[in-house]
Design a protein around this ligand. Structure first.
Ligand code: SF4
Length: 761
C-alpha cells in the first residue's frame, strides 16, 4: 500500500529500499571493490508466481537476468547465475521491473498533419510511408532513401532491414548508432586479424594478471564486467589494474595505477609503450616470427622498420605532450609485457576518436608483439556499448560499407556471393558504399536523402553537432519506429510508429565476446505497438519486395541467417533457437549443432576454423599472420585556443543508459543520477570562481549548451566532463563531429569549448 512515509514507485520500490541499494553501492565504493551483487540483498522477493530468463539491454554486457512474473507484471528481477554475468547485475538491470509501467509509451501510429502528430491507423501510416518511399525512389533513385538502425534491434531485425534496403530497394544507405560507438574497433580488428570481433572472451578476465583499461570506465558503464575484474583481484591480490583516462573515474579510483594523460594523446602513450617493449627486449620473438607481419599501412616492413619508427616515441620525448612522466610510461610497458597474462579493455575513449582505428590497431599490436594473446588471460578485448551492436550490426553487416558475415560492399566477389545467397540477380547490390551516420544526416540536410526510416534509436540526442542534424531531420521525410512518443527524435517524426520493447518481442542479441543469447517474449506490447520485424516485413510487402523478405518470424529469419553464415568465417550454423532456449548463450564460430561454441578464436583445438595441427593461426589474413601496424600520432583537429580554452569530454554515468529514453523514465534511477552537470577540476573551478551549481554556458564551434557545474576534481586541469543522457542539457549539440577517415566514427571525446558563467546557482 502506498503511504506518504513510504512512497512506492510504480515498480514497487520504496525510497527506503532504494536508499538501501545506494547504501550498498556506497559500501562497494568504500571497500574499493565492486559490489553489484549486493543488490540481491535488498531486492524485493517472494511475489513472483513464475520465472523467465531474459537479457538486460542497458549496456553491451547483456547480462542474463531472471524475471519473476505475477499476473503479467514483473515483480522480481535477479541476476542469472547460469549466465556469463554469474548472477551479478547492476542498478539498471535491477530496475527492469519498471518496464511495464513506463510513462510516455507510443500506443498508436501517428502522422504529422498541419505541424502536429495526430493518431492514425496502421494502414494509414504504413501506406503513407510506402508511398513516400516509392515516390522518392522513383523520382530521385534508391539512394534518396535510407535506414538508420540500432545496436538495440534484434539480429533478425537488422538482417531483414539490411536485406530489404541493399537487395530490395537497391541502396546501401543502411547505417545506425553502432557507427557512433564501435566502428573503429570493428575496423581495427579487421585490419589486424582479417576478421571483425575479438579473439578472446570475457572468460579471460578470470585468468588475467594485468588489466590495461584505456578509454573505458567499466565501473559505471559495464558494471558486471568490472565486478568480474574485482573478483579476480580479490582471489589473486597481485593482479595489477592500470587505468588510462584523463579523468579520475570511479574505475581509476579502484585501480593500482592511474595514468591521467592529456585528452587525445593516447597514441603517443601506446607508441612509447611499444618503444619500451622493443628497447628493453620485452617482446616475444618466437611469437612474432611465427604469427606476425609488420606493415607501415601500405607495404610489409621488417622489425628494423618498427625499431626505426619508434625512435620518435621515447617516453622522455612524449612525456610533456602526454602529461605523464617517462617513468610511469616505462613502468606501464613493463607491467603490460611481463605479466603472465594481460587483458586490455577499451571502449569509447579509444573508438570515438579521429585516430580511432589506429588506436585500435596499436592496442592489438601491443598484444601481438608481446605474445599476450591466444591464451587464457591474455587478449585485447574491446567493450561494446549496446546489447546487440556486435551480433545485430557488425555480424549481419548492418552498416553502409558492409555486407553480412564480414563482406564489404566495395568488393565485387563479396557482392556476387551475397546476391547468390539472397537469390537476387547479379548486379542488384550497388557497388557504392552507402552513407555513414554523419554523412547520412548531412545528406538529409542538402536534400540528397529525402526519406529515412529511423528504428530503435534517438539520433536527435545522440549525434554529435546535434543542433545541425536536428535541423537536417526537419528537411527529410522522417519515419520513426520508437517505443516512446516523446523521445527527442520522435519530435521530428513525420510518421511515428509505436514499437515494442525488447521484452515484448523475441529475438537474438550478440554481445562483446561473440556470445549470442535468445531473448524470449515476456510481456505483451502495449496498445497497438508492434515489433520492428513486423514493421519491416509490412514495409517490404508494400514496397513490392515481399518475394525477397520471405522469412517473417524471428525464428525463420534466424534460420535463414544461420544458413547464410555457414559459408563464412562468421559461422552460426550450430546456434539454433532450440539450443539458445536451453543455454545461456553460445559463442561463434559454431559450425554445427554439437559444437560447444568457441571461447578463444584462432586457437587450435578451440576454434574449428584453425587448420589441423596448428596451435595458433590467424586465418583471416591471406598469409595467416596478424598485422602489427606502425601508426603515427596526429593531433586532433580540435585544439584549444584563446577563444575555446577547455577540452570537453563526454561519457555516461552508472544510473543512466545512452540517451536515457528508458532509464530516464525510472524514478529511482533519475533520483540517483540527478541532472547531468559539467564536472570541473578544483584548480579551474577556483580560478574561475565556479562552485557546485554555478550556471554555465558552454560554447563550441558546433553549438552552445547551458547547465550547472559540479566541482569534483576528477577531470584533468583544462578538461571538463559531462554525460550525454540528460535531455535538459542536450550536450551533443556542442560536441564536435570530426570523424575517423576510415571507420567514419565521430570524435565525441574531444571538443574545444569556452565556459561563461551566466549567473545564479
Ligand atoms: S546495465 Fe549492463 S551491467 Fe548492468 S545489468 Fe544491464 S547488462 Fe548488466
Amino acid at each position: 500500500m502506498k503511504s506518504e512515509d513510504d512512497p512506492r514507485s510504480e515498480n514497487g520500490w520504496s525510497r527506503r529500499e532504494f536508499g538501501q541499494i545506494l547504501a550498498g553501492l556506497g559500501v562497494a565504493t568504500g571497500t574499493a571493490f565492486g559490489g553489484w551483487g549486493i543488490l540481491e540483498l535488498v531486492r524485493p522477493k517472494g511475489r513472483a508466481t513464475s520465472w523467465r530468463k531474459s537479457v538486460c539491454r542497458f549496456c553491451g554486457v547483456g547480462c542474463g537476468v531472471r524475471l519473476g512474473l505475477n499476473n503479467g507484471v514483473i515483480t522480481e528481477v535477479r541476476g542469472d547465475e547460469e549466465a556469463h554475468n554469474k548472477g551479478v547485475i547492476c542498478i539498471k538491470g535491477a530496475m527492469l521491473g519498471a518496464l511495464p509501467s513506463l510513462i510516455g509509451r507510443a500506443l498508436k501510429p501517428k502522422i504529422r498533419k498541419a505541424g502536429k502528430l495526430v493518431e492514425a491507423t496502421w494502414e494509414e501510416a504504413m501506406s503513407l510511408v510506402a508511398n513516400r518511399f516509392s515516390d522518392s525512389i522513383r523520382e530521385f533513385g534508391p539512394d534518396s532513401v535510407a535506414f538508420y538502425g540500432s545496436g538495440q534491434l534484434y539480429s533478425e531485425e537488422t538482417y531483414t532491414a539490411n536485406k530489404l534496403f541493399k537487395a530490395g530497394i537497391g541502396t546501401n544507405n543502411v547505417d545506425g548508432n553502432p557507427r557512433l560507438c564501435m566502428a573503429s574497433a570493428a575496423v581495427g580488428y579487421v585490419q589486424t586479424f582479417g576478421n571483425d570481433e575479438p579473439p578472446g572472451a570475457l572468460e579471460d578476465i578470470d585468468h588475467a594478471h594485468c588489466f590495461f583499461i584505456i578509454g573505458a570506465n567499466p565501473y559505471e558503464c559495464h558494471p558486471s564486467i568490472f565486478e568480474r575484474i574485482m573478483q579476480r583481484k580479490r582471489s589473486h591480490p597481485n593482479t595489477v589494474l592500470i587505468c588510462v583516462d584523463p579523468r579520475r573515474t570511479s574505475t581509476a579510483d579502484r585501480c593500482d595505477l592511474h595514468l591521467p594523460l592529456k585528452p587525445g594523446t593516447d597514441l603517443l602513450l601506446l607508441n612509447a609503450m611499444m618503444h619500451v617493449i622493443v628497447e628493453d627486449r620485452l617482446y616475444d620473438r618466437d611469437f612474432i616470427d611465427e604469427h606476425v607481419r609488420f606493415s607501415d599501412g601500405e607495404d610489409t616492413v621488417d622489425f628494423q622498420a618498427l625499431e626505426s619508427f619508434l625512435r620518435d616515441y621515447t617516453p622522455e620525448d612524449i612525456s610533456p605532450r602526454v602529461g605523464l612522466s617517462a617513468e610511469i610510461v616505462r613502468r606501464t610497458a613493463h607491467l603490460f609485457a611481463r605479466s603472465k597474462g594481460t587483458v586490455s579493455l577499451w571502449t569509447m575513449g579509444i573508438n570515438q576518436r579521429v585516430q580511432g582505428v589506429h588506436l585500435n590497431n596499436t592496442i592489438n599490436s601491443l598484444h601481438l608483439v608481446t605474445g599476450q594473446i591466444c591464451r587464457p588471460g591474455a587478449t585485447p578485448l574491446s567493450l561494446t556499448g549496446q546489447a546487440n551492436a556486435c551480433g545485430g550490426v557488425r555480424d549481419t553487416g548492418g552498416l553502409a560499407h558492409l555486407l553480412p558475415a564480414g563482406r564489404v560492399v566495395a568488393n565485387e566477389k563479396h557482392r556476387r556471393e551475397v546476391e547468390e545467397l539472397w537469390g537476387v540477380p547479379r548486379g542488384t547490390i550497388s557497388p557504392t558504399p552507402g552513407l555513414d551516420a554523419v554523412n547520412l544526416f548531412r545528406a538529409m540536410e542538402d536534400g540528397r536523402v529525402r526519406a529515412t526510416l529511423v528504428m530503435c534509436t534517438n539520433p536527435a540526442q545522440s549525434l554529435p553537432a546535434a543542433g545541425r542534424y536536428r535541423k537536417a531531420m526537419e528537411r527529410c521525410f522522417l519515419v520513426v519506429a520508437e517505443a516512446f512518443e516523446d523521445s527527442e527524435t520522435a519530435r521530428f517524426a513525420d510518421v511515428l510508429l509505436p514499437a515494442a520493447l525488447w521484452v515484448e518481442k523475441e529475438g537474438v542479441f550478440g554481445q562483446t565476446d561473440r556470445r549470442y543469447q535468445l531473448v524470449e517474449k515476456v510481456l505483451d506490447p502495449p496498445g497497438e505497438a508492434r515489433s520492428d520485424l513486423e514493421i519491416l516485413v509490412d514495409l517490404a510487402i508494400r514496397l513490392r519486395h515481399g518475394d525477397l523478405i520471405t522469412a517473417r518470424t524471428p525464428e525463420t529469419v534466424w534460420d535463414e541467417w544461420r544458413k547464410f553464415s555457414e559459408t563464412s568465417a562468421y559461422n552460426f550454423k550450430g546456434i539454433t533457437y532450440d539450443r539458445l532456449q536451453k543455454n545461456r548463450g553460445l559463442q561463434w564460430p559454431c559450425p554445427n549443432e554439437s559444437h560447444p561454441g568457441t571461447v578463444r578464436r584462432y586457437v587450435g583445438g578451440d576454434d574449428p576454423l584453425v587448420s589441423s595441427g596448428k596451435r595458433i593461426e590467424f586465418y583471416g589474413q591471406p598469409d595467416r599472420r596478424a598485422v602489427v601496424y606502425l601508426r603515427r600520432y596526429q593531433e586532433s583537429p580540435e585544439q584549444t585556443d584563446d577563444e575555446f580554452p577547455f577540452i570537453l569530454t563526454t561519457g555516461r554515468v552508472l544510473e543512466q543508459w545512452h540517451t536515457a529514453t528508458i532509464t530516464g523514465r525510472i524514478p529511482e534511477l533519475q533520483m540517483a543520477s540527478g541532472p547531468a552537470r559539467f564536472e570541473f577540476n578544483d584548480q579551474d573551478a577556483q580560478r574561475m570562481d565556479i562552485q557546485d551549481g554555478t550556471r554555465l554556458e558552454v560554447r563550441s564551434r558546433y553549438g552552445t549548451v547551458e547547465g550547472a557545474a559540479v566541482v569534483t576534481g576528477r577531470p584533468r586541469k583544462g578538461t571538463i566532463f559531462a554525460a550525454f543522457y540528460d535531455t535538459k542539457l542536450l550536450l551533443n549539440i556542442a560536441v564536435a563531429d570530426n570523424y575517423d577517415a576510415v571507420s567514419k566514427q565521430p570524435e565525441y571525446k574531444i571538443t574545444a569549448v569556452s565556459v561563461r558563467k551566466t549567473g545564479g546557482q
